[in-house]
Design a protein around this ligand. Structure first.
Ligand SMILES: [Zn+2]
Length: 255
C-alpha cells in the first residue's frame, strides 16, 4: 500500500502513527499545505527518516490560504524544499470555494509561483483542483511545466490529487506524464468515473487524503477536546480500509 496523498501531521497521534506506518507496510507521501504543517511534517521526517527508506514529503500552499500568504512564507517554503531534495511541491492549485479563485486572481498567482518553483527545482507538483481543471492545464502549459528531464530528478510530473476531471483533461495531461491520484470521491462524479478506465495503469495512484476531518466526521469526536478517541491502531486500520476501498473501486471499473 502506498498512500499518494496523506496529511500525517493533522492525524491523531502523529508521531506514534508515523513510526508505525513507517516501520510497517504502508508507504506514503506526507503532504504539508500550510506553514505550521510544513514544520510539523519536516519534524516527523527528521525523527523517523532513515537512509535506506526515503520518507516522502510535499510542501506547498493550498488555495484555501492563497490570500493570506506573504513573501516571507514563500521564502520559507523554498527553504523547506531546498533542504529536502526528494520533496514535491504542493498541494497547490485552484479551489472555487475559497477567495481569490477568479481568473487572474490571487489563487492563480500563488499557484503560478509554485509551478515555477517546481520547475526550477525539478520536482513533482501535487495539484489540488476544485473547479476548472481546464484552467489548471492551461497554466501548466503556459509555464512549460513539466520542464525537460533533468539528470538529478528525471521525472518532474504533475500529480492530479483527488482527481475529478474528465476525458479532455486526461487527454491533455497524459502527454505531460501526469499522475492521476484517485480518492473515493474520484468515483462519485459520472464524467470522472467514465474517464478513469482511459488512464494507463502506470499513471494511476491511490490516496486517502486523510486529515483532521477524516476522524472527526463520523461523530466519534474527542470526549474532552484534547484526547482523540481513536487509538493509533484504529487510525491505521481506518487508513488501510480507506486506501483499499479506493483500489477496489478502481478494479471494479476495469472489468
Ligand atoms: Zn490534501
Amino acid at each position: 500500500m502506498f498512500d499518494f496523498h496523506i496529511h500525517l501531521a493533522r492525524l491523531p497521534h502523529p508521531k506514534q502513527l508515523t513510526q508505525l506506518l513507517y516501520n510497517g507496510d504502508y508507504g506514503f507521501i506526507a503532504i504539508a499545505c500550510e506553514p505550521w504543517e510544513w514544520e510539523s511534517t519536516a519534524n516527523l521526517k527528521k525523527e523517523f527518516s532513515t537512509e535506506n527508506k526515503p520518507f516522502k514529503t510535499s510542501y506547498g500552499i493550498h488555495p484555501m490560504i492563497a490570500t493570506q500568504v506573504s513573501d516571507a512564507d514563500f521564502e520559507r517554503l523554498k527553504e523547506y524544499l531546498q533542504a529536502d531534495r526528494s520533496a514535491s511541491v504542493g498541494e497547490c492549485g485552484l479551489d472555487k470555494r475559497y477567495p481569490g479563485y477568479g481568473e487572474n486572481g490571487v489563487q492563480e498567482a500563488i499557484f503560478k509561483r509554485q509551478i515555477e518553483l517546481a520547475k526550477a527545482l525539478g520536482r513533482d507538483l501535487q495539484i489540488h483542483c476544485v473547479g476548472d481543471y481546464g484552467r489548471v492545464v492551461t497554466l501548466l502549459k503556459a509555464a512549460h511545466y513539466p520542464p525537460l528531464l533533468q539528470p538529478a530528478n528525471p521525472e518532474p510530473r504533475p500529480v492530479f490529487h483527488r482527481f475529478g476531471g474528465d476525458a479532455g483533461i486526461v487527454r491533455a495531461a497524459l502527454p505531460m506524464g501526469a499522475i492521476f491520484s484517485l480518492h473515493a470521491d474520484s468515483f462519485k462524479k459520472k464524467s470522472t468515473r467514465a474517464t478513469i478506465p482511459l488512464i494507463p495503469e502506470q499513471n494511476i495512484r491511490f490516496e486517502t487524503d486523510a486529515d483532521e476531518t477524516t476522524f472527526a466526521a463520523d461523530g466519534r469526536s474527542a470526549s474532552n477536546g484534547d484526547a482523540p478517541e481513536y487509538n493509533v491502531e484504529e487510525v491505521i486500520q481506518a487508513l488501510k480500509e480507506r486506501w483499499l476501498a479506493v483500489k477496489i473501486l478502481w478494479e471494479n471499473l476495469k472489468v
